[in-house]
Design a protein around this ligand. Structure first.
Ligand SMILES: [Ca+2]
Ligand SMILES: [Ca+2]
Length: 282
């Protein structure tokens, strides 16, 4: 008999922004500590090509329900570490700003403590359900996040400091979209900048900035999904505040797409259950 373990494991990885001068690796993991399952941010130092002991920088309860652990992490242009923790399949978590990191985007210093300027301790934004991807626009520094809806309304959000992204106990797919799953907590609630009324299982996101795929994709936001295995792109408007057109499929893969990332040279990679691929012009 096997335990259904769902969305768990080592879900995110980021190198210190001064890598390789500073050989620190950050990883988001789900593991047991003192008999309790936690989502943790851990860090280790690489010496002579070998990783040292893991240091736990933060731990947040992981629900026994094995879903919505978030897990993507990335350093922003402000050199802060952004961490997404899902709501643990309990919508109320996303609106609880007391000392509850579930359903939140965190913004942290190199040691995992709250970064200066945060609105609520380690929390940067809240009202999130679950997310597998976010990326910083290389032209503006703004943070775009993909977020999974329940049985409706997968979202693309523009993350802002202290903002409420509306997920919480009041959600209903029976109400008009996208307001029906963005109707919890204090106002203003930030609706998605784009959404899919029927879920695609939206996942990783990356910006194409001279990514070698032609001028039509240059500057676009690319993202994946697990339900159809597509890579989609969406045009940003001239102000880079929203989108000029609906997302379009640029590649139909034969795998679920879990993560989309950009390499240091700008090329786009994506991962699925069995491999890692690079997007190339044909
Ligand atoms: Ca939302
Ligand atoms: Ca374009």
């Amino acid at each position: 008999m096997f335990l259904e373990i769902g969305e768990r494991g080592a879900l995110g990885i980021a190198l210190h922004p001064d890598w390789p001068a500073v050989k620190l690796v950050y990883v988001y993991v789900t593991q047991m500590r003192a008999g309790h399952l936690q989502n943790q941010l851990v860090r280790f130092t690489v010496r002579n090509g070998v990783g040292g002991p893991l240091r736990i920088l933060l731990g947040s309860p992981a629900s026994t329900n094995p879903y919505h652990n978030g897990g993507h992490i990335a350093f922003g242009p402000d050199r802060r570490l952004y961490v997404m923790i899902g709501d643990g399949h309990n919508a109320a978590n996303a609106q609880d700003r007391s000392n509850n990191l579930q359903g939140k985007m965190l913004r942290l210093g190199f040691d995992g403590a709250a970064a200066p300027g945060n609105p609520y301790g380690r929390i940067w934004s809240y009202g999130h359900r679950n997310s597998f991807g976010f990326a910083f626009d290389p032209r503006t520094g703004r943070l775009r996040e993909t977020e999974n809806g329940p049985k409706c309304t997968d979202e693309i959000n523009l993350i802002a400091k202290g903002a409420n992204f509306g997920w919480g106990p009041s959600e209903s797919c029976a109400l008009p979209k996208p307001a029906g799953t963005n109707n919890s907590g204090s106002r203003p609630r930030h609706p998605p900048k784009a959404y899919f009324a029927s879920t695609i299982g939206i996942t990783g996101a990356a910006f194409c900035q001279r990514c070698g795929l032609g001028t039509a994709l240059n500057g676009d936001l690319l993202f994946g999904d697990v339900n159809t295995g597509s890579i989609r792109a969406v045009d940003l408007n001239a102000a880079r505040s929203g989108f000029d057109a609906a997302p379009r499929i640029v590649l139909a893969t034969s795998t679920a797409v879990h993560s989309v990332q950009v390499s240091p040279s700008g090329q786009i990679y994506f991962s699925g259950p069995t491999g890692i691929w690079r997007l190339a012009a044909v």
